[in-house]
Design a protein around this ligand. Sequence first.
Ligand code: HEC
Length: 131
Amino acid sequence: MKTRIVLMAVCLGGGVWVGCHPVPKVEEVPKVAEAPQVTDVPKSGQVTYQKYCAACHGSTGKGDGDITFNPPVADLTSAKVYTQLAPQLIRTVHKGRADTAMGTWENVLSDQEVEEVVSYLRSLRDASEPR
Ligand code: HEC
């Protein structure tokens, strides 16, 4: 039910078309070597994450939040996420994922906040090593 409400909000949200269709799957996983290493993670990214994202994704990003979903939240520390380039993750956060609880954040967070939160996501992997 919650999923439906979120989905409707996405579809009504000022004609954001992309939100109403599955985001095309990116087939090629970029080589890890191409992904720039995040060295300087702004603290504000963590603050934004804890405020808006942790309820679902969990404070560690592993999907151990208070609420469970179907389909489940993504494990943000997984290879599936940390091998994506920042622009892909920014797009996912901006547009959300159709038919899931992952909503559209482009009207909630500024571009800078999204960039910072994505930098933070990309740092979560290190925090969870060794895997
Ligand atoms: C209402 C619960 C909820 C909230 C709040 C939420 N997410 Fe999500 N998120 C999900 C779900 C569910 C998925 C899995 C979507 C799927 O199956 O593709 C997801 C997927 C993602 C993905 C895609 C990972 C991949 O596999 O490529 C990213 C990135 C992400 N979330 C980041 C965020 C960020 C950053 C925030 C805070 C601004 C946030 N999420 C807030 C529920 C949530």
